[in-house]
Design a protein around this ligand. Structure first.
Ligand code: NAD
Length: 338
């Protein structure tokens, strides 16, 4: 079931956890252990069956390997999935999960993910030290800063813009990341157009940068130099790609491509895409700072480095005439010596 799974990809360790007393059923996958550990979120979802949970954890832990490799920090990719809906999440179950993580002796570190939050991590922390993203940490701050550096870099590479003065950026989502991105862009002189299904958030974000509010249903096709998806996944798909209003896409939203073929669709449409896992790496860099693995100066340097990494990805894609997703993954594979 695991070794011949299509997503197995040489995972180093896949651990199945069960705790009868609390009903915990979880899988932790360590794709690559580097620097002694593999790091990635703990996802809580009521998967329809074990196979769906295994598929998700294998896919997600491999994606974390790529993400870490491209930050230049020596960590491997790991992930946990807990087969449980929100109603099953109890302090006892979280403690049991903490004990399971602890049994791996630090080879895996967890963090919040879909279905889990900082408060859950605080409960898990009572039974293991190997968890980050505790209350008080806000990864959207470094994520927005790293994304800002990525946007500055991609503007330079594709629009020949020496800085962001007058560059128009349409942002989908004015939450933790999108809202902060608006402020960074406003300070850099960019012209911001921002949309959110929560009109108050969009208005506050626009006011913070002298930008303009646009309707959520129009943001993808809004004429702009750069589109920055910072809300939902799967926004780049067969239907939306021909209608995009920008020739450059660079945003933090996870899993922007509905399917891998969309990376080729973007290339064929002459649209430059900054892969989400490259440009949103500020969150995990902030996590490394929180764990004391890097200091403030190291964190700032890595966030700025996201722009440099993105330029290398764009160069490589152009040179090899492949889409940016393939170029980024090939770079990550080289870094980890796969
Ligand atoms: N926060 C991080 O550290 C981090 C790190 C990496 C990736 N990401 C990804 O970046 C994205 C944004 O993260 P966040 O922390 O800002 O989340 P958030 O929930 O704070 O903000 C998302 C915003 O998008 C808005 N939204 C939802 N549907 C929309 C639509 N159809 N049109 C316009 N707006 C819509 C929501 O109202 C919300 O304000 C997510 O996909 C997240 O997974 C976040």
């Amino acid at each position: 079931m695991a070794f011949d799974h299509p997503e197995f990809d040489g995972h180093e360790e896949v651990v199945w956890f069960h705790d009868a007393a609390t009903g915990l059923k979880a899988i932790t996958a360590l794709h690559r252990v580097r620097g002694g550990s593999a790091l990635g979120g703990i996802r809580f979802l009521p998967y329809p069956d074990d196979h769906a949970a295994l598929t998700d954890v294998l896919r997600l832990s491999r994606a974390m390997t790529y993400k870490w490799a491209l930050t230049g920090l020596e960590f491997g990719g790991g992930k946990s999935v807990v087969i449980a809906g929100p109603e099953q999440k109890s302090p006892e179950l979280l403690h049991a999960m903490g004990r399971c993580i602890n049994s791996l002796g630090g080879r895996y570190h967890g963090a919040p993910d879909v279905g889990s939050c900082a408060e859950d991590m605080a409960v898990i922390r009572e039974t293991t030290q190997y968890v980050a993203g505790l209350p008080g940490s806000d990864t959207s701050i470094p994520t927005a800063k790293g994304l800002f550096h990525a946007i500055a870099a991609i503007a330079k590479a594709t629009l020949d813009a020496q800085d962001l003065t007058g560059v128009t950026v349409a942002i989908q989502g004015a939450g933790g990341v999108g809202g902060r991105l608006c402020r960074h862009l406003g300070e850099a002189g960019a012209a911001v157009k921002v949309a959110d299904v929560d009109a108050r958030l969009a208005e506050a974000a626009a006011a913070s940068c002298g930008g303009e509010v646009i309707a959520p249903e129009k943001v993808l096709s809004e004429p702009a130099d750069i589109l920055s998806p910072c809300a939902l996944g799967a926004v780049l798909n067969e239907e939306s790609i021909p209608t995009l209003g920008a020739k450059v896409v660079c945003g933090a939203a996870n899993n922007q491509l509905a399917e891998l073929a969309d990376a080729d669709r973007l290339l064929e449409a002459g649209i430059t895409w900054g892969p989400d896992y490259v440009v949103s790496a500020g969150g995990i860099i902030g996590g490394a700072r929180e764990m004391g693995i890097i200091d403030d100066a190291g964190c700032e340097a890595r966030l700025k480095g996201i722009g440099d990494t993105l330029l290398k990805v764009l160069d490589r894609a152009r040179g090899a005439q492949v889409n940016t997703d393939l170029a980024a993954k090939a770079m990550a594979r080289e870094i980890i010596g796969d």
